[in-house]
Design a protein around this ligand. Sequence first.
Ligand code: AVJ
Ligand code: FE
Length: 443
Amino acid sequence: MTPQPTPRERARLALEAARARTLALTDCLDDAELGAQHSPLMSPLVWDLAHIGNQEEIWLVREAGGRPALRPDLDPLYDAFRHPRAERPALPLLGPDQARRFVAEVRDQAMDVLAKAPTAGSPLFEGGFVFGMLAQHEQQHDETMLATHQLRQGPPVLDAPAPPPAPDEAALLPSEVLVPAGPFTMGTDTDAWALDNERPAHTVRVADFWLDTAPVSNAAYQQFIDDGGYQEPEWWAPEGWAHRQREQLEAPLFWIRDQDRPGGWLRRRFGRTEPLPPDQPVVHVCWYEADAYARWAGRRLPTEAEWEKAARHDPDTGRSLRHPWGDQDPGPEHANLAQRHLEPAPVGSYPDGTAPCGARQLLGDVWEWTSSDFDGYPGFTAFPYAEYSEVFFGGDYKVLRGGSFGTDPVACRSTFRNWDYPIRRQIFAGFRTARDARFSEDG
Ligand code: AVJ
Ligand code: FE
């Protein structure tokens, strides 16, 4: 057993890791590229950078530290609710060097606050929560910045080794696993850094169902395309079909038809064009595409509760685990996280990350769309601010689970909830499918 760091040490390490990643994602581009808008869906990277510092100033320097504001004049510029992403390039933003100096000054003060702060006695400080919240906030923006890198045109600036091939036994895995009926504990009261929307823990009954062992692969998704799935309204939700028509969707984002191979596909990935790997999970599909594929396959998306039960319920003990493999922090053997690779690993990878139900790759590789709308759990209370998640409740957003290759472990666990509009596909999102087991011959 490795000794657990204290909450203060854990917070310090998490904040430092987030900052190293933020700087790596911004130091590789020149000032013009940092200030440019690579897609109307995204902020200029220099906005994310200073927004990270502004949030850290608000929460760690002012709220946690009780210290005077450093740059209160920046609050309106970097308030995500005041300016939609498309408007941000026109704002009088800090330049790259000013932003770098600003985030460093805030960090100096935040570290001083951390050194003196209590780590118990109030919800904001319990287990180092507010520091963990800011480390997660920074890492979430780092993943968004990685998605901006993927949208950017021009020669590649990011590199990482390819994930290892799937183990030989991956070919022998059953296509789906049974998750037996019964109650499980969804959400958490005990994970110190869990965010408000993951709380409180509550019991949910789930009927037995079958779940894909691994996320849907590019090869499987290509069969849907080849079978005319994008031309057949029967498979699509009505709003999904309207969206498909309006946007002329024909394939996942970043797929390119290979002119030299009829029916073959290439993909663009962080500035490189390469053959589409058939055995990797499909990525950059919107909820409507995932939903349509599932219907074409005679299946459906899992509900959020089904997904979480598969990802943490241990039938031997009745306990809910922190991660599919247990309570240990994610290591490189468990899951494809932390931008260690710049693409998902082949389906069937990471046997050491297998969940008790037998499903693989529930954490890492690709975010997984669920059929569920984003809402608060019974007894939800916004903490410490409604703008983190509560303002997004009410049915406009679909829940994604599990994290991608670009998600840091600090912002990834079996209770973690992500959400987005059902039309979005610039995020690193794929899916797996499910079906009811009750009343079926296998049930
Ligand atoms: C949880 C990824 C949906 O990026 O909109 C960042 C995270 N919240 N700053 C987002 C977030 C405030 C959020 N997601
Ligand atoms: Fe933010």
